[in-house]
Design a protein around this ligand. Structure first.
Ligand code: NAG
Ligand code: NAG
Ligand code: NAG
Ligand code: NAG
Ligand code: NAG
Ligand code: NAG
Ligand code: NAG
Ligand code: NAG
Ligand code: NAG
Ligand code: NAG
Ligand code: NAG
Ligand code: NAG
Length: 404
């Protein structure tokens, strides 16, 4: 009986210690490496020049397509080159992505230019952000549309992300890089409208069945998620127009292409250092709400923030968040949300900090998250967690000894 009571007391202490541990964003070196390992890299170091490295050959025997490499006996051969490396820069974990932008599969590019790129940037990995300190706060359809519906608005990355570009390719219209090395662009077409569901008077753009296409200077890119990112098809890739499920609804096709990946799946990294996930938050649970006007979401109680693939415009990342949750949507699409709602995590983070006198741990946790300089605070929290953990192990062992 006594030992049972002690056990109960220990459990209460165990819980209390963990309840006191303040939440922290997952941006340790190993968190970064886990995301980096989702990239289909061809080298595991940072190259001085990614384009000059030896890549991995990709062959495509499809005829009448633009070839970004050389055509040998009617077969197009190119090398894809991709690196994703994490490092600890004096306590701040950074991720460096280098890619030549070429895909690990056939790409149906029927005409125009298809170029090898030299993309190379480094950014703070999953930097801490706060619902109380928004990067975007849209007050009208007009201000929302001016940002989301402008191709080049992703050229500005929040300074707290520490984004630095080292490559030769300009990234003004890129929002990130896909795990297959292909660029992810702003959700907008060259005409600053939804490329798939344009408003009246606009024209939809054509893509291949992997939902990508080249812009005028030959940069192959995505505007919307596709299962091809995580599972490149072998063999030929046709056009979306000639694939009935794709041509009837690009957005449904995008989501259904993840039928074998109905769990939280890294599909890319945004230029602000936040992860881009596929359409699912967890096994079988698709993200259909909870995202903000940028398409980012606070998705756990630690305050982690990431972009998720949605079936509504802006599909991946429309701007760099966190943003607010307006009661209106952008005007450059016929497939946008008409309003936005906070995730339960966002709500909890908000209410806990709004009322600073509510609880000891809650009031100071969000303050720390919002005031950034994150890695120092994260390290401190991690070590305090370790101390609590050790203390709890000790108490558990003590209980076991008493029980024996
Ligand atoms: C990098 O990859 C090579 C093989 O390509 C492997 O031998 C080496 O151990 C890897 N290095 C690291 C640090 O993973
Ligand atoms: C990188 O390598 C490519 C291919 O070898 C070369 O064309 C380019 O000039 C190099 N860039 C730099 C900055 O050295
Ligand atoms: C890659 O393709 C080139 C032709 O573009 C060829 O010379 C080379 O041997 C191939 N490399 C491998 C490893 O297959
Ligand atoms: C791909 O298309 C080419 C013609 O464009 C054809 O010769 C080849 O057999 C096709 N490959 C596959 C795997 O269907
Ligand atoms: C990162 O670097 C800082 C300072 O240089 C150091 O205190 C910390 O232990 C390092 N973290 C890891 C995970 O190596
Ligand atoms: C967003 O802007 C509104 C005014 O339009 C303001 O009331 C609100 O406090 C702002 N929210 C944040 C988190 O900055
Ligand atoms: C959307 O709103 C912006 C800003 O008010 C305006 O400039 C633009 O013309 C509008 N676009 C459409 C398609 O209505
Ligand atoms: C916020 O407070 C509620 C209770 O008021 C608690 O359940 C929740 O875990 C807290 N969230 C965070 C992120 O601390
Ligand atoms: C929010 O949008 C959903 C559909 O996206 C709609 O069903 C709902 O009525 C809207 N709510 C408000 C308050 O406009
Ligand atoms: C804030 O918390 C205090 C004490 O917990 C409570 O008295 C007060 O009503 C709360 N205020 C709001 C706005 O929730
Ligand atoms: C919260 O942090 C502030 C300074 O950041 C400090 O003055 C205050 O005492 C802290 N509150 C608690 C309850 O730890
Ligand atoms: C100690 C430290 O890293 N301080 C930095 C906190 O972040 C600001 C900008 O957000 C930097 O200017 C400080 O150097």
């Amino acid at each position: 009986m006594a030992s049972q009571r002690i056990c109960l007391i220990t459990l209460v202490l165990f819980y209390a210690h963990f309840a006191n541990v303040q939440s922290a964003t997952s941006n340790s070196l190993s968190d970064c490496q886990a995301v980096a390992s989702s990239f289909r890299t061809t080298i595991n170091y940072t190259a001085s020049n990614i384009t000059a490295t030896t890549g991995v050959n990709v062959t495509c025997s499809q005829s009448s397509l633009v070839c970004p490499g050389q055509t040998i006996n009617g077969v197009c051969v190119w090398q894809r080159k991709l690196s994703a490396v994490c490092r600890n820069a004096s306590g701040t974990i950074k991720i460096r992505i280098q890619t030549n932008g070429l895909p690990p599969r056939c790409a149906d590019v029927p005409s125009g230019t298809f170029s090898e790129l030299n993309v190379d940037f480094e950014v703070n990995f999953n930097p801490s952000v706060s619902i109380n300190s928004l990067n975007q706060n849209f007050s009208s359809i007009s201000t929302l549309s001016q940002t989301i519906c402008t191709l080049t608005s992703v050229s500005t990355v929040p300074s707290a992300s520490g984004f630095v570009s080292y490559g030769a390719t300009l990234l003004a219209t890129a929002s990130g890089v896909s795990v297959d090395g292909v660029m992810i662009f702003s959700p907008d077409s060259a005409n600053n409208i939804d490329p798939f569901y344009p408003p009246a008077g606009g024209t939809a753009e054509s893509v291949d069945a992997c939902l990508a296409h080249c812009q005028v200077s030959g940069v192959y890119h995505y505007h919307i998620a596709t299962g091809c990112q995580v599972n490149p098809p072998t063999g030929n890739v046709s056009s979306c127009a000639s694939t009935s499920a794709c041509s009837s609804s690009v957005s449904s096709y995008s989501i259904s292409s993840f039928s074998s990946y109905q769990t939280k799946t890294v599909i890319g990294l945004a230029k602000d250092g936040h992860v881009i996930y596929g359409p699912y938050l967890s096994a079988g649970t698709r993200v259909t709400s909870g995202f903000d006007a940028c398409n980012g979401m606070f998705y756990d109680s630690n305050g982690n923030y990431a972009y998720f693939a949605t079936s509504t415009y802006p599909y991946l990342a429309g701007c760099f968040g966190p943003a607010n949750y307006p009661s209106f949507g952008p005007n450059c699409t016929t497939n946008g949300p008409s309003n936005y709602t906070m995730s339960s995590y966002a709500l909890a983070l908000l209410s806990n900090s709004t009322n600073s006198s509510t609880t000891v741990s809650s009031s100071n946790s969000t303050t720390t998250v919002s005031s950034s300089n994150s890695t120092t605070t994260t390290t401190r929290r991690s070590s305090s967690m370790a101390i609590h953990f050790n203390l709890n192990i000790f108490l558990l062992l003590l209980t076991l000894i008493v029980m024996l």
